[in-house]
Design a protein around this ligand. Sequence first.
Ligand SMILES: Cc1cc2nc3c(=O)[nH]c(=O)nc-3n(C[C@H](O)[C@H](O)[C@H](O)COP(=O)(O)OP(=O)(O)OC[C@H]3O[C@@H](n4cnc5c(N)ncnc54)[C@H](O)[C@@H]3O)c2cc1C
Length: 447
Amino acid sequence: MTTIHDLAGIGIGPFNLSLAAQLDSISGLDIRFFDRAPRFDWHPGMMLPGVELQTSFLKDLVTATNPTSPWSFVSYLVAHKRFYEFLNADFEAVPRREFASYLAWVAENLPALDFGCNVREVDFDGRHFTFAFDDGERRLARNLALGVGLTPHVPDWARPAIGSRAFHSSETACRLGCSQGRRFAIVGGGQSGAEIALHLLSAAPAGTEVLWISRRSNFQPLDDSPFADEQFTPSYVERFHALTEPRRRATVERQKLSGDGISMSTLRSLYRRLYELRHLGDGPHARLLPHREVLDLVLEGDEARLVMRNGFDGSIEMASADTIVLATGYNQALPDFIAPLKSKLALGEDGLFRLNRDFSVKWDGPADRRVFALNAGRYTHGIAEPQLSLMAWRSAVIVNALLGRRHFDLEERPPLVRWTSEDHPAPATMMSAQGRRPPPPPVQNRA
Ligand SMILES: Cc1cc2nc3c(=O)[nH]c(=O)nc-3n(C[C@H](O)[C@H](O)[C@H](O)COP(=O)(O)OP(=O)(O)OC[C@H]3O[C@@H](n4cnc5c(N)ncnc54)[C@H](O)[C@@H]3O)c2cc1C
């Protein structure tokens, strides 16, 4: 008889790994997670020397909602007998290699994970989800958890050069070493662009030219100040989800640097290296080009020239490069394997999933069969969605929804910041005799 999984997870990045780790505390469920990669490996293409986590290690797979889980970062330190030395090292930010090693340790030890399984197709037979692998094997599941990550964004102008002269930052570690020529252009002013620029300026031989281009008006820091970090709390996400769609979109656009700036430590290291190269020694030559939008790439024989608009003075500029690294970010996209199911799933105008509060996709199917989508809700759950910050909480929300009961206590105190008017009930003296609020006072500009 065919096994029917209570939940099948597709993709095992940190987010579904967190869900698997949280589900490990519950007995009696048949759960299984699948990934096409041969083993767990967290963004290997960007594992450059010295790169750091942008998040506290306490925001690990489980701790925020399940601090006694054996799958916490602290459990990993203890199991690897490096608890004291880790504390003594007093890292300002945990090395990304260390956090990747923690994630891989969990992935090696959790029982419900299968690697080397590419899911090719998902459908619904009226009672169960059916899904098929490359080798034709089919399985059944009552619920699905999609954790397939984001898709590298390649701008149109770069497409003709992909493979020969240009590659996406997600391939940096394997492509940078075998690049032809000595002129590198990095396009993208976020954390990946900064890490690649720092790596080249630190490791490339003298005579190398490193061009760093950013559309942003300057090389801007990540805003991880305390009140910006309030946007990475469950209570904020709940309030954000309750907003109308246009309001949610406008809010996300305003929050760019809270989720997508460069760590201050990376900016400092870069500036210090630039100082060293300029005043104290020999090495690669750097050209920093913020506020430039790449418009085109002209390929003529051996020559590749980037055409840019300078947003500072309005001029058009050209720059030659032998290798172009596209640190141009990632897109949210529906996975191809979902095509047979697509007509039953609710999609927004942007073609992306419309998600319920509990991260299940709104759909035309039985209420006790659900497709949960992780890292798919930037415009439904906010800027924390693609980050590690709330993964333990999101997994706990999904577990509670799956079980239909409060396995994890997710009740929150009222937020420190009163985001909505309901967070801020008007005091009795502010109410008019009819019980209505008085009109607001006129807005005054700050002098
Ligand atoms: C270089 C880098 C560093 C980052 N650092 C931080 C940080 O410090 N702090 C932070 O908060 N966030 C960080 N992020 C953002 C975010 O935490 C990560 O991108 C995270 O890996 C997202 O996890 P995920 O599970 O959604 O997807 P992914 O890690 O991309 O995993 C998706 C998995 O799905 C599998 N898959 C896809 N399709 C199929 C299929 N059809 N069948 C089977 N398997 C499939 C893939 O093989 C892959 O293993 C970083 C992102 C990058 C790119």
